[in-house]
Design a protein. Structure first.
Length: 603
């Protein structure tokens, strides 16, 4: 900070611009200051400060006031006396226009950029940075109106800090989410010598609600988490970090102001840095009500290996009913008794991320169904499925052998069934609703792409989403999707054949087109049993993108031609490799497709 200030010897704009250019080159980013003022005894005022790194981060500060103690500087002590910042905006991880373009489904192990190389020295530098924060914090710090926008997977998350104040090692901070009505207060203290941060929120009669925006079939529902009393302790040592937190008697408030009490929430994080590895201790844990989640991890520098693991216990129906936003969920409608345990492990070679291992193990032995099952679980019998959009019923599909639009699995060509499984869920016959191999592959793809490009949903998970859940992406929906898929196969014992049969009769193949029979009639004017190999492969391309395919085809999209050509080549080679088709049949797959009488050349 002193170095930066000392570079501004003159007040004229030309000199300031020249000094800013010098700092920009030194820091590797764009830096500018509109005006600087100096007042005695030693106060600097900066106006319109801007720091910008292309497509990564942008920080704008309207005004900054810096007060220095020259006597402390002469004594080689911290010279910062006071620091006041006003009207700050921070934008992190801005999405580029290229990310919005449609891309083909990735089938190769090639990545646009390798993972960044992180070594012991990077962790060491981070620890030193945190140590320096304790050293350089001024006795008085005031931050007014700070807004942070973070772009994650092309979604913007906004946090605002109306006020942050530090005075003689006692601090007050107000945090506000974009959907919150009022800011959430935090109070605490810092110990500069021991490098400890303490948050000790006194018990509040009316706790400030933390918004929980939840999407269901009916749209956005607003719930809130209230924490009347909390304690948090952050201790930073030379090579270790400890974070302990305890939220006492929290509760969730529903839309009708109903209250769902929670016994407690606590967490513990213990980290250690050595020359050989950065380690998260197995003693680290997160507790929610009766659920205990223990987690650990290690980044081994010599082997370039990342290892993460977590195990959860006491997962059951009683826990699910604590959440009011799951009261209408298919999960809470099940008469579940007992609990289940889950463990997850992920290992990855950071030099070659494709060398990895992901495994999820769910033990349902102590879980049972007590009492009559709800009507929706009887999907082995004929039933009517309603296609809904925004709580409005668009179409009814009758899954009955005598229904005119129903296609029994046994009459479909075996080649098409194998092609579908190969494209959508290669290990369909070898998992119980969740595919650890595909999920691990998806994690790596998303990490390398720096955004969400692969969801790794199995056919069972896709069926669950279409039958029981809404289509708005959220972490709650994904967890519900995984849980229902495992319950469908391991507890309700729905056969793989029945899952496939329902799936092919209800999934969307285009706007207003549902089920394999309607799709074959619409695209090819034929019955499913008469499909050619080329048409089978084409349908597997449509399934992940039903709403946009036909429009792109009618517009003769060049991007579609290229993507469809890659898909045809990839699937033809893979089908031949797995013995689904012969080399002679593979040679008959042409470089053109014909849909509704219109031909498109591929490539």
């Amino acid at each position: 900070m002193i170095t930066i200030i000392s570079t501004f010897g003159k007040k004229n704009n030309t000199a300031i611009t020249r000094r800013c250019d010098h700092i920009s080159n030194m820091l590797g980013l764009e830096f500018s200051v509109a005006a600087i003022q100096f007042r005695l005894p030693c106060q600097f005022s900066f106006t319109n400060i801007s720091l910008h790194k292309k497509n990564k981060a942008e920080i704008n500060i309207y005004k900054a006031i810096l007060k220095l103690n020259l006597f402390a500087l002469l004594k080689k002590q911290n010279p910062l006396k006071a620091f006041i910042l006003s009207d700050i905006s921070v934008d992190l991880g801005k999405a580029t226009a290229a990310e919005g373009l449609n891309s083909s489904k990735a089938h190769t192990g090639q990545a646009s950029a390798p993972l960044p190389k992180i070594s012991y020295h990077h962790y060491r530098a981070l620890f030193r940075y945190f140590h320096r924060i304790f050293k350089v914090l001024p006795p008085y710090l005031q931050i007014n109106n700070c807004t942070i926008n973070i772009c994650v997977a092309r979604k913007n998350i906004q946090l605002s800090f109306p006020s942050i104040q530090l005075n003689n090692d006692q601090f007050t901070c107000y945090i506000k989410a974009a959907s919150a009505i009022q800011p959430y207060p935090l109070n605490g203290s810092i110990d500069r010598k021991e490098k400890v941060l303490r948050i000790n929120q006194d018990k509040q009669q009316h706790a400030t609600p933390i918004p929980l925006p939840i999407y269901t079939d009916e749209g956005l529902h607003k719930y809130a988490l209230c924490i009347p009393h909390q304690e948090m302790h952050v201790a930073l040592k030379q090579d270790s970090l400890q974070v302990h937190g305890n939220f006492i008697k929290p509760y969730i408030v529903g839309q009708q102001n109903e209250i769902s009490p929670i016994t407690g929430i606590s967490f513990k994080l213990d980290c250690l840095l050595t020359r050989g590895a950065f380690t998260v201790s197995p003693a680290s844990h997160f507790s929610f009500d009766s659920v205990q989640i223990h987690f650990s991890g290690e980044h081994n520098f010599a082997q370039h290996l990342l290892q993460l693991s977590a195990r959860a216990s006491n997962l059951g129906g009683d826990l699910l009913r604590k959440f009011p936003f799951l009261q209408e969920s298919k999960l809470t409608a099940l008469p579940i008794t007992g609990t289940m345990n889950a463990a997850v492990e992920f290992t990855m070679n950071l030099n070659n991320p494709w060398v990895h291992h992901f495994h999820l193990d769910v033990n349902t032995e102590k879980l049972s169904i007590a009492g009559p099952l709800p009507e929706w679980t009887y999907i082995n019998a004929p039933f009517i499925h309603y296609i809904r959009q925004n709580a409005t019923s668009l179409k009814a599909i009758t899954l009955h052998p005598d229904a005119s639009n129903f296609t029994a699995l046994k009459i479909l060509p075996a080649t098409f069934i194998h092609t579908l499984i190969l494209s959508e869920d290669t290990h369909f016959h070898y998992h119980h609703g969740f595919d650890s191999i595909a999920f691990g592959y998806g994690i790596v793809q998303n990490l390398l792409a720096r955004r969400f490009v692969r969801g790794s949903s199995t056919i069972t998970m896709q069926l669950v989403r279409n039958l029981f859940l809404h289509h708005r992406k959220s972490i709650f929906r994904k967890l519900e999707e995984i849980a229902l898929s495992i319950l469908l196969e391991k507890v309700l014992l729905i056969s793989k054949e029945r899952i496939l049969e329902i799936y092919l009769n209800i999934i969307e193949f285009g706007p207003g087109i549902f089920g394999i029979q309607e799709a074959c009639e619409f695209y090819f004017s034929k019955k499913p049993m008469d499909l050619t190999i080329q048409e089978m492969i084409l349908l597997t391309y449509i399934i992940p993108r039903p709403k946009f395919f036909i429009t792109a085809y009618e517009d003769a999209s060049a991007q579609l031609q290229q993507n469809l050509h890659k898909h045809m080549q990839y699937m033809t080679n893979k089908m031949q490799q797995y013995g689904i088709i012969s080399s002679a049949e593979a040679a008959m797959v042409s470089n053109s497709v014909n849909i509704r009488g219109k031909e498109m050349l591929l490539g």
